[in-house]
Design a protein around this ligand. Structure first.
Ligand SMILES: C[S@@+](CC[C@H](N)C(=O)[O-])C[C@H]1O[C@@H](n2cnc3c(N)ncnc32)[C@H](O)[C@@H]1O
Length: 313
């Protein structure tokens, strides 16, 4: 049964509601929601603006608009998010993959020149699995393990692996960072929670109301998860392997120091598209454990060096 509402009227109403709720690109978002409900591409929404919505379409469009006006993230309403041109299922239990995190993938690609390398990859705090699965997509002979303390995210990551045809090369397991893992890896990648606890309340409503605190909260100074996960890295990293961790604004130097104090050498950093240092790269320091005083003294020289090439053996 048709409703009395045409598509363009529904879009106009939605744009007003979303605008009133403080959403910046209200028209674009209304169009995305309409495309979702009508099961067409966003471009197709404007082809027939005069069509009348069927009753169930009008009801479900309104429900989406109400959710979005309450600042539920678009990715959670659509149930999906693109990351490196791959489509990932997203739920209320997973962090919505961010474009900034693509910096880590670029950093690995720049460091490992051989796409046919049979890498073993570890992703600590895997969430949707976006980092591990994007890398497995780039390295067709690689295999990987994704670890998360949240069992709900692991289900989503496994679904994503299946949907992307990568289930045969990926394992997802519950764990507390690298605790309990026995094998070693050529690439260890991680985007841990790094927002200082007191700063979470000041983030946008989409994040504070709807994203899992477990994926955000980095403790008092934002660095608690780096301290916890770095402890196992020298044991889990191949001698020629590389660690790639995402960092928040202004955290690169502190995280670099933490790497050094956990027996690693910082090999470089990488910036995101906004010019913010987003990724710290490190490798095992040969033969020594604990703080390398020489490296602390000459850190600038070391950190500004181009990333060392990683060879898979
Ligand atoms: C910032 S999110 C990153 C998710 C995903 N890798 C991404 O880049 O979109 C951090 C993830 O770490 C997980 N996490 C938090 N504490 C953990 C722990 N102790 N051990 C393993 N994973 C943990 C959270 O559940 C969350 O999925």
């Amino acid at each position: 049964m048709s409703s009395t509402l045409t598509l363009v009227q529904a879009l106009d109403e939605a744009t007003q509601d979303l605008g009133r709720a403080g959403i910046g690109e209200a028209r674009r978002e209304a169009r995305l929601l309409a495309a979702h409900v009508l099961e067409v591409t966003p471009e197709a929404v404007f082809r027939e603006p005069g069509i009348r919505l069927r009753k169930e379409q009008a009801v479900s469009f309104r429900a989406c608009v109400v959710e979005r006006a309450a600042r539920r993230p678009m990715a959670q309403i659509l149930g999906r998010r693109e990351f490196r041109s791959l489509s990932f299922r997203v739920t209320g239990e997973t962090l919505d993959p961010r474009p900034d995190s693509e910096t880590l993938i670029e950093a690995v690609l720049n460091t490992v020149p051989d796409r046919a390398a049979p890498l073993r990859i570890l992703d600590l705090g895997t969430g949707t699995g976006c980092l591990l699965l994007a890398l497995l997509h780039e390295f067709p002979d690689a295999r990987g393990v994704g670890v998360d303390v949240s069992v709900d995210t692991l289900e989503v990551a496994r679904d994503n692996a299946k949907a992307l045809g990568l289930a045969g090369r990926s394992d997802f397991c519950a764990g507390d960072w690298g605790n309990g893992l026995g094998e070693t890896f050529h690439v260890i990648i991680s985007n841990p929670p790094y927002i200082p606890s007191a700063g979470i309340a000041a983030l946008e409503p989409e994040v504070t109301r709807y994203e899992p605190r477990l994926a955000l909260d980095g403790g008092q100074d934002g660095l608690a998860c780096y301290r916890a996960l770095l402890a196992d890295i020298p044991r889990l990293l191949e001698p020629s392997g590389g660690l790639f961790v995402e960092v928040g604004i202004d955290q690169a130097e502190s995280v670099g120091w933490l790497c050094v104090s956990h027996g690693l050498t910082v090999t470089g950093t990488a910036r995101d598209l906004a010019g913010i240092t987003r990724c710290v790269m490190a490798r095992r320091r040969n033969g020594s454990k604990g703080t390398d005083r020489k490296q602390l003294l000459h850190r600038k020289k070391t950190w500004n060096a181009p990333p060392a090439r990683l060879v898979c053996c």
